[in-house]
Each structure stands twice: as C-alpha cells, then as structure tokens.
Design a protein around this ligand. Sequence first.
Ligand SMILES: [Zn+2]
Length: 153
Amino acid sequence: MQCPRCNNNSEVIETRSQSSFIIRRRRQCHVCHYRFTTYEKIASLNLSVKKRNGNLEKFSETKMTKGVKKAFTKRPIKKDEFEDLIEAIKDSLRLKKKKVISSRAIGKIIVDHLKHKDVVAYMRFASVYRGFGSLSAFEREIKNLKKEQHVKK
Ligand SMILES: [Zn+2]
C-alpha cells in the first residue's frame, strides 16, 4: 500500500483483528518511515438461497435479521448481544464456504445458535422453519431439547 505522505511503498508492521471481521494493520513507509493504520472489513455475504420451491434468491441479511428479531419479541436480549448473535450466524454461514445454500440449511444454522441463546426464541424460530406439523412433533422437540440441556449440565 502506498504511503499517504510520499506515495512510496509501505510495509505492514503489525496485524490484529479488531473483531471477527475487521482487521487492523499498522503500516510503515519504507522511505519516510511514516506510520499509519488501515482497516480491512470483510465484504458482506455473497450467497444465494435455494428456497423450498427450488427458486434461487440472493441472501438477504436484513431478512434474516428480521426473522431472528421476530423470534426474540419480548425476550430479554441486549442490543449488542443481538448483534453478536447475528454476526455469529453469519460466521457460521461463511464457514460453510458455499455459494448456494438451502433455506433449510440456513434455518438449521439459526436454530442451532438460538438453542444456546434463548429457548423461547429457539422454539418460535424452529416452529416456523421446521414447520412442526403437529403438536406431538413440537412436544418431541421440547423433549429432545430438555435431554440435551440435561446432558450439558
Ligand atoms: Zn512515506
């Protein structure tokens, strides 16, 4: 990267990640030794979603956030906690390293995150995404969840 003072080349003298997707680099000019800082932000998700009917749609972070927010209606969650949760879900999506992902797979990722965060939000979201067809399916899910939490303790 060019030095903002003399336009000669600079080198990176220190790199550290500021958050999971922001990288901060200290740089120094080879010629005038001027030091400056740059920030790199990883671009937003470039992902296509395969819907249940087979249609492809561009992944919308806004839509995903809305869906998660809805699940948290009247649930106690702080703003930054919620933002961290959304970032964590996005990290999981990135880790899939896919260009096309099914809406079902996204739903599962979100459900897995919610499970550890808030049981009510989890159940709300899961009931929409998995489309529990009957009360017994819903009850089975609660039973499984209780079992899992028991194992963790
Ligand atoms: Zn310079």
